[in-house]
Design a protein around this ligand. Structure first.
Ligand SMILES: [Zn+2]
Length: 145
């Protein structure tokens, strides 16, 4: 560290050791300062743009997240409604069996005239099991029954 005392130009801020002559051109010094400031401004603009881009990214991410959550909520609502429908059929079947002292379950009955969901199958399947059973039969080749 030096203890050299510095003088400063009141007009442009140029500094020189006080014991020496401080001859300079304020305008050339200011031109260099101006160029440096322009570079700094460009850097700050770039930095600002990056931050704005990131902010936009966060905002659109949040919007996408909300949209995905809404779609999921709707889907869950649909699934719950389907579950209620299937549960309702099993409830009907249970009530029917209790009323009639029977032990029947569901079956999908497929013949050349029609496809029917019947509730008088002795296999005592739930409606889900009956659907799964039919889907499994259908997935096997050469078997439409
Ligand atoms: Zn000066």
């Amino acid at each position: 560290m030096s203890n050299i005392k510095l003088s400063t130009c009141c007009s442009c801020g140029f500094q020189w050791p006080t014991s020496q002559h401080g001859e300079h051109s304020c305008s050339s010094y200011l031109r260099a300062e101006n160029a440096n400031l322009k570079i700094e401004i460009a850097e700050l603009k770039t930095e600002n743009k990056k931050e704005r881009d990131y902010s936009d990214f966060l905002e659109s991410s949040a919007e996408n997240f909300l949209a995905a959550r809404e779609a999921l909520r709707k889907k869950v609502g649909e699934l719950k409604a389907d579950r209620s429908r299937l549960n309702y059929l099993d409830k009907l079947n249970t009530e029917f069996n209790e009323r009639n002292g029977t032990q029947y379950g569901w079956k999908i009955d497929w013949n050349h005239n029609r496809i029917a969901l019947i509730d008088s199958c002795p296999m005592q399947r739930t409606v889900r099991e009956a659907i799964d059973e039919q889907a499994m039969k259908r997935s096997k080749p050469h078997d439409n029954s």
